[in-house]
Design a protein around this ligand. Sequence first.
Ligand code: AMP
Ligand code: GLY
Length: 420
Amino acid sequence: MNIALIGSGGREHAICQKISQSKIVNKIICIPGNAGTAEIAENITVDVLDFKKILKTIKSYEIDMVVVGPEEPLVKGIVNFLNKNKIKVFGPNKFASKLEGSKAFMKKICKENNIPTANFKICKNIRDINNFLKKNTFPMVVKADGLAAGKGVTICKDKRQLLSISDQIFKGKFKSSNKIVMEEYLEGEEASYFIIVDKNSFKFFGSAQDHKRVGEKDKGPNTGGMGAYSPAPIITKELEKKIINKIIKPTLNALKQNGNVYKGFLYIGLMIKRNEPFLIEFNVRMGDPECQVIIPRLKTDLVKIFQNSIQDRLYRTKIKWKNEKCMTIALCSKGYPGSYKKNILIPNFDDLRLKKNQIIFHAGTKRNNNNLYSTGGRVLNFTFLGKNFFNIRKEIIKVINKLNWTKGFYRRDIGWRIKR
Ligand code: AMP
Ligand code: GLY
């Protein structure tokens, strides 16, 4: 079969590589892809939000199945659009994507179904904010309601900061948000739990922990993710049961009861506090860089899993995992997540020699005259498998140092919470 994969990050390179290993795949196109996907698929430059152009491309390449990586096309309804045009797509529809696209929608589902999450108030104006302030103590969390490319959350230490950021959001700092979700601050350890869902059932699709802050010791501004590791050591069998019974089942049932079945990947972002899971966020896709550490551990044919989800036959699918652990470290362009230069040469890349369990997923890269250039903030994901996280990290750092890209930086402390 022929597959179209939408997206251009490290997540999509990881998915693309796994798809390319399937025996039932002939051709893969990536819209738009990166230098990594270009080695195993055909990259086609089309805007991921230009649904009509995507449809035209899909028809001309006789695509049998579309897989959507990032959230924006999902939230904007690409699944509804392609389904209406009789194209098979893996991913949630526009309504179900509100789980990520609107924090107010997600919180409403939590409230109506007793799902453990931070106390909150949906605020439409400064008066609402002041009411929440009276009943809560600092720090407090301010969230723009809609998609904000990972930049919509601020943890506020005092009233001055809180009022200033709230004012900016009400004045349109994030176009997609005219509401604010104010939240109690949850102390604990973060972890992410993933499932794949269809009309009849859901299956576990890995666990991971990532590091969002740019600096070592988790300091500095938030990024898309500086590194991750899987499985998440903090998620025990006991905790997993609580996540399923207190968060996953009530959410999927609530959507179903409204006649809106969830299909696709679901990312459950958690804060673990005294062995109890609290929902921080839902994402309607795989995480990036979490996907890069989960997919290499997958033994089962990913395309068959996608097919079974589309056909609501996931209950017949046995998803098998390797016992090995996996870690990824993102090599970023200096300046990220602030402003950084693009089109910087990465001179030694093609001289790197990797072992069997070592993969480099490309994120923001392109090739020009056989040379590799950076095109984004997160550039390369060094992703290694092994028995022990400490050794894996050591090996990754050795290879990053061998590359010696003077225009890049990375965190050397990915996985610092791991005890053994
Ligand atoms: P979100 O976009 O909702 O995932 O938030 C981004 C990040 O902000 C999360 O990964 C957490 O690190 C942090 N965060 C969000 N909500 C809370 C909360 N209520 N308490 C503590 N940290 C939070
Ligand atoms: N790594 C966080 C995310 O994908 O949203």
